[in-house]
Write a protein that binds this ligand. Structure first.
Ligand SMILES: C[S@@+](CC[C@H](N)C(=O)[O-])C[C@H]1O[C@@H](n2cnc3c(N)ncnc32)[C@H](O)[C@@H]1O
Length: 220
C-alpha cells in the first residue's frame, strides 16, 4: 500500500506544532475532555497518534486506522514507550475498507485533520462513514482548519492564507488534494448530527483551527 506520509512521518507532529505555534496540538487534545475510562474510541487517520496514546492512558480502548505504515509505526512506538500494556486494535488500510469490514460502534469517533485529505467530491461520503461508526449515545470529534464566515474580511483572509500555506506543503509532501477549508456543520445536520461543543484555537490572536464535538440529533 502506498505510504504518502513516509517522507514526513518522522517530523509530522513537530512540523505541525511549530507551524501553528502549538495550536494544532491543543486542537487535537480538545477531544480528551470527552474521554472516560472504559470507552471504545476510534481514531480515523490517526497519524502519529500522540493524543490517541493519551486516550489509552486514560483507560479507554483504542482502535486506530491509517493507510500509512510509517505513521502507524510511530504510533506503536509511542504506545510502547508509555509501557501501559494496553493493546490497540490497529487497522492498516484505507478507511473505506475499514467502513465495509467494521461491525462495531464506538463511544467516540475522532477525525482530526483527516477529512481534509479528501477531495471535495469524496469528503461527504467519508464523513458519512465516520458518523456511521458512532454508537447511539456516541460522539464524534473533528478538528480542522477553521474559516469563520462571520468574521471580518481580514481575519478570513488570514485563515485562508494559513490553510493555503499548509495545503501547499502537504500537496508537495503527501499529494493532498486542493480544496477550500471544510466547514462541517451543515453536512453534520444533513446526516442527523448536531454540534454540541466547539472551541477555536488561535495563532497570534487569530482563530485558525476549530474542534467540534457532535452527537446524534434524535436518539432512539
Ligand atoms: C493530515 S494527517 C492527520 C493525522 C492526525 N490525525 C493529526 O491529527 O495530525 C492525515 C492522516 O490520514 C491518513 N490517511 C490519508 N488517507 C487515508 C485513507 N484513505 N484511509 C485511512 N487513512 C488515511 C494519512 O496517512 C495520515 O496519517
Amino acid at each position: 500500500m502506498k505510504d504518502d506520509y513516509k517522507g514526513i512521518s518522522r517530523f509530522y507532529d513537530l512540523l505541525s506544532s511549530l507551524y501553528s505555534i502549538g495550536a494544532v496540538r491543543s486542537c487535537r487534545d480538545f477531544l480528551l475532555n470527552e474521554v472516560k475510562p472504559g470507552m471504545n474510541v476510534c481514531f480515523l487517520g490517526v497519524g502519529e497518534g500522540r493524543e490517541a496514546v493519551k486516550v489509552s492512558k486514560m483507560g479507554a480502548h483504542l482502535t486506530v486506522v491509517d493507510t500509512s505504515k510509517s505513521m502507524l509505526d510511530k504510533f506503536q512506538q509511542k504506545l510502547d514507550k508509555v509501557n501501559l500494556n494496553h493493546e490497540a486494535d490497529i487497522y492498516h488500510g484505507n478507511v473505506s475498507e475499514f467502513y465495509k469490514n467494521c461491525i462495531d460502534h464506538y463511544d467516540l469517533v475522532v477525525g482530526n485533520f483527516f477529512l481534509n485529505v479528501f477531495p471535495e467530491h469524496k469528503m461527504p461520503e467519508v464523513l458519512d462513514g465516520l458518523l456511521g461508526l458512532c454508537g447511539e449515545e456516541g460522539k464524534v470529534v473533528i478538528g480542522d482548519f477553521w474559516n469563520n464566515r462571520e468574521s471580518s474580511r481580514l481575519v478570513q483572509w488570514l485563515q485562508h492564507a494559513n490553510w493555503n500555506v499548509a495545503l501547499t506543503i502537504f500537496r508537495l509532501l503527501a499529494d493532498n488534494p486542493i480544496h477550500p477549508i471544510y466547514v462541517y456543520d451543515e453536512l453534520l445536520e444533513k446526516y442527523g448530527f448536531k454540534v454540541m461543543r466547539e472551541k477555536t484555537f488561535n495563532v497570534l490572536g487569530i482563530p485558525m483551527y476549530r474542534s467540534i464535538v457532535a452527537e446524534k440529533f434524535f436518539k432512539q
